[in-house]
Design a protein. Structure first.
Lengths: 112, 114
């Protein structure tokens, strides 16, 4: 079946790196996404990775994909207070059209 | 380019009523998906429309329905509202004609059922 799991909470100090982890059960997930949600807002697309890639870097964001373990991570370098939000990983399945399966979200708290 | 817009942003209804939510996709996008977000169940897929056709549907009762117009705008309707329907309803648009495409989300409609 389709399932995506994330740890629920992460606290980091401003300036440190944050690593948010995600595991997914559906091996047919061909596209994996990271979204950010701030209070009272919708979802903001941060980055995505295709399942045939191992890593993708986009400015302060680095996505790592371990297909064997079905593990996805998002690393935020030099974390700032503005990064405090809930982060969702989501899987999309080719042939499933635009249905995304979301994890429960990781609440990132950045403190001085 | 304007983003995905949803109206209304907030809505309060009572049990038994029905409600219609609207979503206007990014210009040129033809696919619109709807999601329900609640604290207990998280983000759950409702349905997806492309060129006025429903292509995929999540596991929700028949009280939840949707449609898409020729200009790609979409509406979702919930009939006979229940307290558990209180949620943030998000729509997302993408350009995809097939496969999976990057989805861009609107700000959501916050529905409260009393």
């Amino acid at each position: 079946g389709e399932d995506v799991e994330q740890s629920l909470f992460l606290s980091v100090r401003e300036g440190d790196s944050s690593v948010i982890n995600c595991t997914y059960t559906d091996s047919s997930s061909t596209y994996l996404y990271w979204y950010k949600q701030e209070p009272g807002a919708g979802l903001q697309l941060l980055t995505y990775i295709f399942s045939n890639m191992d890593m993708k870097q986009d400015q302060r964001l680095t996505v790592l994909l371990n297909k064997k373990d079905k593990h996805l991570s998002l690393r935020i370098a030099d974390t700032q207070t503005g990064d405090s939000a809930i982060y969702f990983c989501a899987g999309g399945i080719s042939g499933g059209y635009n249905k995304l399966i979301f994890g429960a979200g990781t609440r990132l708290a950045v403190h001085p | 380019k304007a983003g995905v817009t949803q109206t209304p942003r907030y809505l309060i209804k009572t049990r038994g009523q029905q409600v219609t939510l609207s979503c206007s996709p990014i210009s040129g996008h033809r696919s619109v998906s709807w999601y329900q977000q609640t604290p207990g169940q998280g983000l759950q897929f409702l349905f997806e429309y492309f060129s006025e056709t429903q292509r995929n549907k999540g596991n929700f009762p028949g009280r939840f329905s949707g449609r898409q117009f020729s200009n790609s705008r979409s509406e979702m309707n919930v009939s006979t509202l229940e307290l558990g329907d209180s949620a943030l309803y998000l729509c997302a648009s993408s350009g995809s004609g097939g496969g999976v495409d990057t989805q861009y989300f609107g700000p959501g409609t916050r529905l409260t059922v009393l």
